[in-house]
Design a protein around this ligand. Structure first.
Ligand SMILES: C[S@@+](CC[C@H](N)C(=O)[O-])C[C@H]1O[C@@H](n2cnc3c(N)ncnc32)[C@H](O)[C@@H]1O
Length: 196
């Protein structure tokens, strides 16, 4: 007789669960991952669970409120030992983290429940994405959730799309994943894998 195994079945409501599904399949215990935009800490917690006790997660945010909330969330989950939170912009990734990194997550836009005028911006997102590629191990992945709908979101969308479109296919698999049956300015996912 086959014993049924409880397998979590994700609800693919929006790009964030899709990014988690893909990232989870790419991470291994002991890996290093970066949450480039901690916000309320949900992505940092997801990465901390995915890398296991021997893994390491680096989390960045420019807002102290986000760092504090993320710290609270990972501490409550008992995972703070594997998480290093940095109150600094992701455009300074290389000042804090050394290669190799298996995953970098970006969840762009503003802090939900926070100040909506503090948003990720193309002039800092672009160097952060470049630095992420420099840190990625072969087969490592970069997952970027884009929110075109808010003020400033469309400019950032165009910049990030241009950046992703010119990545050399010899070096990177660059994907765009958008849900069909939603508004045209709904959030969606860009996913980049460094070739082995
Ligand atoms: C959509 S929220 C992130 C959501 C988050 N990942 C979560 O799980 O709740 C975007 C975050 O990016 C942060 N941010 C904006 N510019 C940044 C920068 N240059 N470097 C790092 N974080 C930045 C904002 O402060 C905000 O908290």
């Amino acid at each position: 007789m086959i014993t049924p195994v409880a397998i979590e079945r994700p609800a693919l409501r929006g790009p964030v669960p899709l990014s988690h599904l893909l990232v989870r399949s790419c991470l291994r215990p002991g890996d290093t991952a970066i949450d480039a935009t901690c916000g309320n800490g949900y992505d940092t917690l997801f990465l901390a669970e995915s890398v296991g006790p021997d893994g390491q997660v680096w989390g960045f945010d420019i807002q102290q409120q986000a760092i504090t909330e993320t710290e609270r969330r990972v501490t409550e989950a008992g995972l703070s030992a594997r998480v290093s939170l940095i109150h600094d912009g992701h455009q300074n990734l290389l000042r804090h983290v050394t290669a190799p990194v298996q995953t970098v997550l970006f969840n762009l836009g503003y802090l939900p429940g926070g100040d909506r005028s503090i948003i990720t911006r193309p002039d800092t997102t672009t160097p952060a994405m470049d630095q992420s590629l420099a840190l990625l191990a072969p087969t490592g992945v970069l997952a970027i959730t884009i929110y075109p709908g808010h003020s400033g979101g469309s400019d950032e969308q165009q910049t990030v799309e241009r950046w992703a479109n010119v990545l050399k296919p010899r070096h990177y698999h660059s994907w765009r994943m958008a849900q069909n049956n939603v508004a045209a300015d709904a959030p969606y996912l860009l996913f980049v894998q460094k070739v082995a």
